[in-house]
Ligand binder design. Structure first.
Ligand code: 13P
Length: 294
């Protein structure tokens, strides 16, 4: 079922779990995510960033492919532009058939962030497309941005921001950051702030920079109210290691079999993450009657 993020995240909010949002750049990753979602009876969000769209995962190809695969299955699948920064990124994604958009204006000041998100919301909502925004700033792990509390989301501002923009879900900065953390560093998350954000807001909350955050932090973040978790680096690294391992074990393997082994390995990673964040088993369906919410 091809859908926006809105209803699946409201379901996650109401049932206190999180949906995985995975960055995907090719068919193998899309298949791995959708098959994992079906086998786990879970929703999943596929993220593609503007950089990924330009470098490799062309939206004109990815969006129809995702939509076609999603329409064959009985669990909710969304396609979201991840960190859309300017209007051109967003309109291109919408034109190509994305079901969801993120407008990341978090590096602008509060009023400009509101102005940009509101403009995207009026465009996207008219087409039934959901909108994710970011307040505070989730930076880069290698630069130590997660440690900078000046970037963390302010609770009172968040309340005003959601009310004035009409965004459907909000990415919050509470101590994670994008990419790999320096060796042996697991981020410390500000769970008190997360609890305050949760009680102040009704929109589903999003955690970026899921990679390297550690299972304990991730579980606690879900227990404290996170409903969408973005994961990119960990899956990309897992995929690369899987390819290297398979090639080492069997250097003569056929290319297609190499891809099949890769897909299976990525599915293992994705399915165990879905179990960790509680999205597994949230949707029951039978092949004839179609999807049914638990
Ligand atoms: P990681 O690469 O740290 O998992 O971050 C992914 C992300 O937040 C994409 O928006």
């Amino acid at each position: 079922m091809y859908t926006s993020m809105k209803d699946m995240l409201l379901h996650a909010r109401d049932h206190q779990y999180a949906v995985m949002a995975v960055n995907v750049v090719n068919m193998e990753q899309v298949k791995a995510c959708i098959e994992s979602a079906v086998e786990e009876h879970s929703a999943v969000i596929l993220n593609i960033s503007p950089r990924q769209m330009i470098a490799h995962a062309y939206p004109q190809i990815m969006a129809p492919m995702v939509k076609h695969m999603a329409e064959q299955v009985c669990v909710p699948i969304a396609l979201n532009i991840d960190h859309g920064v300017n209007m051109e990124d967003i309109t291109q994604a919408i034109r190509c058939g994305y079901s969801s958009v993120m407008i990341d204006a978090s590096s602008y000041d509060f009023e400009e962030n509101i102005r940009r998100v509101s403009a995207v919301a009026s465009l996207a909502h008219a087409k039934g497309i959901s909108v994710e925004a970011e307040l505070g700033h989730v930076g880069t792990a290698a630069d130590g941005d997660g440690l900078n509390t000046d970037y963390y989301t302010d609770v009172a501002q968040a309340k005003e921001f959601v009310w004035r923009t009409g965004c459907d879900c909000l990415a919050v900065a509470i101590g994670t950051a994008h990419g790999s953390y320096p060796k042996n560093r697991i981020p410390r998350l500000d769970f008190d702030r997360l609890k305050e954000l949760k009680s102040a807001l009704t929109v589903p909350l999003v955690l970026h920079g899921g990679s390297g955050a550690g299972a304990e932090n991730i579980s606690k973040a879900v227990a404290c109210g996170i409903n969408k978790i973005n994961v990119c680096t960990d899956l990309m690294n897992h995929a690369k290691e899987s390819l290297l391992r398979t090639l080492k074990e069997d250097p003569d393997i056929q290319y297609m079999e190499l891809n099949e082994a890769l897909e299976e390995s990525m599915k293992g990673f994705i399915k165990s993450y879905m179990r960790l964040i509680g999205s597994s088993g949230q949707y029951s369906f039978d092949a004839h009657t179609g999807p049914e919410l638990d």
